[in-house]
Design a protein around this ligand. Structure first.
Ligand code: PLP
Length: 650
């Protein structure tokens, strides 16, 4: 294998666009490994490759999700500090509270960690379904901590919410539909509960980004302005206006443009101001989720590309946009500043988890041995292909017109070889030689045209770019671990976690273990929205090659499905600790789902399957199809598989 060219650290960081997505948490160290700064500061620093190796040495196979709990703390701190300085600079009189929406990552450890990190700031929770409500209510640390309950609610949920309020907890149901308001008030009256609630308003300002339909006239959520008026009239008639405590919007996750947020907040504040003038004592304004994360490089608006994976604002700008917009409208109307709430989940959790996957193999187009020379008895089509290859190898064959002509010759000979094979005039060996010669020649052409401006290249030569991309087979499932890539084409930063001091000389797409052609990753972080490959290193025999998929902590952990029965991957929970020699300690590891766990979810049970298998083996032993020792050995191996993980491991 040729000696790889060396790559400077800064060049490697530029190649994988760390500045677009790393937010100070990730970088590359002098050994060419990805390093993690879990607190977002200089110390401590964790060598991610060394961490992966030590976890593997302890028997924790990849794929593995590594959770950096300190990153959660850092993100909670950054968000709250951003709002604190915005409020201080603006002279804003209301408070700010984060209600962490657990839908973004309901894992118990994650929710507890976010609550812990948020204790100094009074961070609360948001839930959007029955099961989330059941999980969240007992987690509130005290009576002041806010629990916002969004989503459609049936009577059993409303009863639990009212029960929480009677216990003195600060539970805030947000009315999504007018009928929900009527049922809530009726249940509150029948249980003598002095209730409080919020209302989600359907704004005229349309949402933006991939989840734009969460807001605007077309949204399935929230009540219209005319329903809001009916609701207020009903409260006035009942003399219960004091129950109406909060106004809520959510215009979509991952808002790409801060101007959309400002417009929506302005419209909501007008609603607030007008209701206050009418004597409704609303105290809080909840601007929902939407605070985005930069997964990739932003594209210029002129490219016409959906830039939903990138955002055009910082955390500070987000906080300023909310605080100053609300303040401006309130001051103009002479209204008190409301207490602010945001339901930011993605921005708190995305950075904390990294998925580590092993590459199992790299498959490029077949290539001919460089020393190959056709023999006398090789077929004419093979000798012709060889002749064209030799011509392309000549140093003077460099101009696109000559290369195009060579490509046309090659393509014609390839078609001829295929036809000869189909009609039985070419044997398998000769067909294989023809294919190897064809692809080797294409690779040479591709290298020759590397420097040419694509605008000057004929389409057929440009197409070689895609045809020559290698496939890197990775031990994971896109459907289980990166569902948003499959569902909405979201780009995630992906970087080899080692060998970053070597120029990555290959271009690859990542294919997963599932038997589905969609089970692959072919959109990557790049200023070129069309880029469909990742720079990767050639595999070395016997040496693992590990890729890190970053910013996986929001939604991906929880939305994955079991396509092909690949289950949850194992986890390592890591805390930074400058006193430890490696700068961290692993608090716990959680095994991935076993084959039997995942089979049970689709109602196959070990006893039944093993009984059927032993009956089969016994019958075959009796029929002398298989010897008894071999039969029982096979049965034992079958039984052992139930305990294994659903991945290849290693
Ligand atoms: N609040 C509500 C009502 C939501 O529906 C969502 C998610 O879409 C969120 C908060 C979380 O938003 P984000 O992903 O921007 O953190």
């Amino acid at each position: 294998m040729p000696t790889p060219q060396t790559l400077a650290r800064t060049d490697a960081e530029a190649l994988y666009h760390f500045s677009a997505w790393a937010d100070g948490f990730f970088g590359i160290n002098a050994d060419g490994h990805v390093e993690v700064r879990p607190r977002g500061t200089h110390e401590p620093v964790v060598d991610l490759h060394a961490l992966a190796r030590s976890l593997q040495d302890e028997g924790h196979d990849l794929p593995l999700v590594v959770r950096f709990h300190d990153v959660l703390h850092a993100r909670v701190r950054l968000l709250n500090e951003a709002f604190a300085s915005a409020r201080q600079e603006a002279g804003y009189q209301g408070t700010y509270t984060t209600a962490f929406p657990i839908k973004v990552n309901q894992l118990h450890e994650v929710v507890e960690e976010v609550l812990d990190a948020g204790r100094p700031y009074g961070l609360g929770l948001e839930c959007g379904s029955k099961a989330e409500l059941v999980a969240a209510l007992p987690l509130l640390p005290d009576d002041d901590t806010l629990l916002v309950c969004n989503g459609y609610k049936d009577d059993s949920m409303l009863r639990l919410i009212l029960g929480g309020q009677r216990l003195g907890r600060n539970v805030m149901p947000v009315v999504e539909k007018y009928g929900e308001f009527e049922r809530l008030m009726a249940l509150a009256a029948s249980t003598h509960t002095q209730t409080q609630f919020g209302v989600r308003v359907r704004l005229s300002t349309p949402g933006a980004g991939k989840w734009a339909s969460s807001g605007g006239d077309e949204s399935k959520f929230g009540i219209t302005i005319s329903e809001l008026l009916s609701l207020v009239e009903a409260l006035e008639a009942q003399g219960t206006t004091e129950a109406f405590k909060l106004l809520h919007i959510h215009i979509g996750s991952q808002i790409p443009d801060v101007r959309t947020l400002r417009d929506a907040v302005k419209e909501l504040t007008q609603v607030y101001v007008q209701l206050r003038r009418r004597g409704i004592g609303i105290e809080r304004m909840d601007v929902g989720g939407g605070l985005g994360v930069s997964y990739t490089v932003g594209y210029p608006a002129s490219s016409g590309t959906d830039s939903g994976d990138a955002i055009n604002y910082s955390l500070d700008e987000y906080a300023n946009a909310v605080v100053y917009t609300v303040q401006e409208v309130c001051d103009a109307a002479g209204c008190p500043h409301p207490d602010l709430v945001s339901e930011s989940g993605r921005a708190l959790t995305a950075h904390h988890s990294v998925l580590l996957v092993n590459v199992q193999g790299a498959y490029g187009r077949d290539a001919i041995d460089p020393a190959f020379v056709p023999a006398e008895d090789d077929h004419a089509v093979v000798r012709d292909l060889y002749q064209t290859l030799s011509w392309i190898r000549e140093p003077e064959t460099t101009q696109p017109p000559a290369l195009l002509e060579a490509y046309h010759d090659l393509a014609e000979k390839r078609r001829e070889a295929d036809a000869l094979f189909t009609y039985g005039y070419l044997d398998l060996e000769q067909k294989a030689l023809a294919e190897r010669l064809f692809w080797s020649a294409c690779r040479h052409i591709h290298t020759r045209i590397g420097e040419t401006d694509p605008e000057w290249l004929p389409a057929e030569l440009q197409a070689l770019d895609d045809l020559l991309i290698d496939q890197y087979l990775c031990d994971f499932s896109v459907f289980q671990s990166m569902i948003d890539h499959w569902a909405i084409g979201q780009r995630f930063p992906i970087v080899p976690i080692h060998r970053l001091d070597e120029v990555p000389s290959r271009r690859g797409v990542l294919v997963d273990l599932t038997c589905d052609s969609d089970g692959k990753i072919s959109r990557f972080v790049s200023p070129d929205p069309e880029k469909d490959y990742l720079e990767l290193h050639p595999l070395r025999p016997g040496e693992p090659y590990v890729l890190g998929v970053f910013l996986m902590g929001a939604y991906q952990d929880i939305m994955g499905d079991m396509h092909n029965l690949f289950g949850r991957v194992g986890e390592a929970h890591v805390y930074a600790d400058a006193d430890e020699p490696q700068g961290y300690y692993v608090e716990k590891t959680v095994a991935g789902a076993s084959v039997q766990d995942i089979l049970a979810l689709v109602r196959y049970f070990p006893n039944d399957l093993q009984r059927r298998m032993s009956e089969l083996v016994r019958a075959k032993v009796k029929a002398k199809t298989i010897r008894s020792a071999a039969g029982y050995h096979l049965l034992n191996e079958y039984k052992q598989l139930f305990e294994e993980t659903t991945y290849l491991g290693g």
